[in-house]
Design a binder for this molecule. Structure first.
Ligand SMILES: Cc1cc2nc3c(=O)[nH]c(=O)nc-3n(C[C@H](O)[C@H](O)[C@H](O)COP(=O)(O)O)c2cc1C
Length: 183
C-alpha cells in the first residue's frame, strides 16, 4: 500500500540485466498493492524477461517502441500520468546512456521529458567491476546530483560466479521503499 492509501501510477523500466526476472516479482507486488504499473522493456531486457510476463502481471501491454503507431507521444503523456518512475534493474548501458542525455529510445526520451518533475529512481544491477568502473561511478554520481534517487545495490553472489557489490536490490526491499514515500 502507498503511504497515502491512494492508488498511484508506476512506470517500471526494465533494462538488460540477468536480474531482470526480479522485475516480475516487483510488478506483481506493486499491482496487488494499489499501484497501476506500466512496464517498459528496453531492447536488452527482452533477452532476459518476456513482455508477456510483465503484461500478464501488470495487466497492461508493455511499451518499448517510441515509434509505435498510435502511441507516438507516449513519452510525454506517460510522465504526466506517473507518480514514480523506477528503472529496475538498471544496466550499466542504461545508466551511461541516461547520463549522456541520449533520447533515441523510449527510456532516454522519458528521462529528458521528465526533467525531474516526477521522482526518478534507479536500481543498478551489474557485475562489481562494471559498478566500480569510473564511467559508471561518475554517471551515478552525476545522475544523483541531477535529482535521481540511486538505490543501493547489495553485496552477494553475482551471476558471474563472484561475490561482490552489484546485486540488484530485492523486489521486497524496493517495495518497502516505495511504501515509505508520499508520492
Ligand atoms: C548473460 C548476460 C548477463 C548480463 N547481465 C548484465 C547485468 O546484470 N548488468 C549489466 O549492466 N549488463 C549486463 N549484461 C550486458 C547488457 O545486457 C548489455 O549491455 C545490453 O546492451 C544492455 O541493454 P539495455 O541498454 O537495454 O539495458 C549482460 C549480458 C549478458 C549476455
Amino acid at each position: 500500500m502507498n503511504k497515502s492509501g491512494k492508488t498511484k501510477n508506476l512506470i517500471l523500466i526494465c533494462s538488460g540485466s540477468i536480474s531482470a526476472f526480479k522485475a516480475a516479482t516487483l510488478t506483481s507486488l506493486a499491482t496487488k498493492n494499489n499501484w497501476n504499473v506500466q512496464c517498459i522493456s528496453s531492447e536488452g531486457s527482452r533477452h532476459f524477461i518476456g513482455d508477456a510476463t510483465l503484461e500478464g502481471l501488470s495487466g497492461n501491454s508493455v511499451l518499448s517502441d517510441m515509434f509505435e503507431p498510435g502511441r507516438a507521444l507516449h513519452h510525454i503523456s506517460l510522465i504526466d500520468w506517473a507518480h514514480l518512475i523506477l528503472i529496475y534493474p538498471a544496466s550499466a548501458n542504461c545508466i551511461a546512456r541516461l547520463r549522456a542525455g541520449l533520447a533515441d529510445n523510449l527510456t532516454g526520451a522519458l528521462f529528458l521529458a521528465n526533467n525531474f518533475r516526477k521522482p526518478w529512481w534507479i536500481s543498478p544491477a551489474m557485475n562489481s567491476n562494471m559498478l566500480e568502473h569510473p564511467a559508471i561511478i561518475k554517471a551515478l554520481k552525476e545522475l544523483e546530483k541531477w535529482g535521481c534517487r540511486i538505490l543501493p545495490s547489495g553485496k552477494g553472489h553475482l551471476a558471474c560466479g563472484t561475490i561482490g557489490y552489484g546485486r540488484l536490490l530485492e523486489p521486497e526491499e524496493v517495495f518497502v521503499l516505495m511504501g515509505s514515500e508520499e508520492f
